[in-house]
Design a binder for this molecule. Structure first.
Ligand SMILES: [Mg+2]
Length: 169
């Protein structure tokens, strides 16, 4: 079970990832989690540094798609603001939403990376699908109430997971 929870890589935030380096590693498409990865939980707009980062990804020719379990109009509005397509109500970790994202980007799993802040939805789902998975720290402490229960369990294994990912890198 543990191997499905271990990300291929780890970064403190998306901003710590260098878009040209991702492209140089063969990444053609990037699946992005929304809440606490691209924006703070329930934030209505991305910060300026995140906007610039998204633009830099675009400039490298890497395609992007936001995949969120959220289904609010806010989710679509952020996608429009960033000019990135959104797959909402994705039911992660079930890989349906990630498959849809890869279809939209026209990428195969081996050329796709996923960036997300949650082990049990983002990382597990991405690993099940065989894409490269990059765990980031959540942008804010706040999150959907049901998630908080999962977080408690996640904290128990997170340190171990990050340690293993660092060793694998
Ligand atoms: Mg998230």
């Amino acid at each position: 079970m543990l191997k499905w929870l271990i990300p291929s890589g780890y970064a403190p935030s998306v901003l710590a990832l260098n878009p040209p380096a991702l492209a140089a590693e063969g990444i053609q498409g990037l699946i992005l989690d929304l809440d606490n990865t691209v924006v703070a939980w329930n934030a209505s707009a991305p910060t300026e540094p995140v906007r610039r980062w998204i633009d830099r990804v675009r400039e490298t020719g890497v395609r992007m798609c936001i995949v969120s379990n959220n289904f609010s109009s806010r989710t679509q509005a952020i996608g429009r603001a960033l000019n990135v397509p959104v797959v909402a109500a994705a039911v992660k970790p079930i890989p349906w939403g990630f498959r849809r994202a890869m279809a939209l980007m026209g990428t195969r799993a081996e050329h796709t990376a996923l960036i997300g802040d949650q082990v049990f939805t983002d990382i597990l789902g991405g690993n099940l699908l065989g894409v490269r998975t990059i765990l980031v720290e959540p942008l804010s402490e706040q999150e959907f109430p049901t998630t908080r229960l999962v977080r408690r369990l996640e904290r128990l294994i997170r340190a171990r997971v990050v340690q293993l990912a660092a060793r694998r890198h």
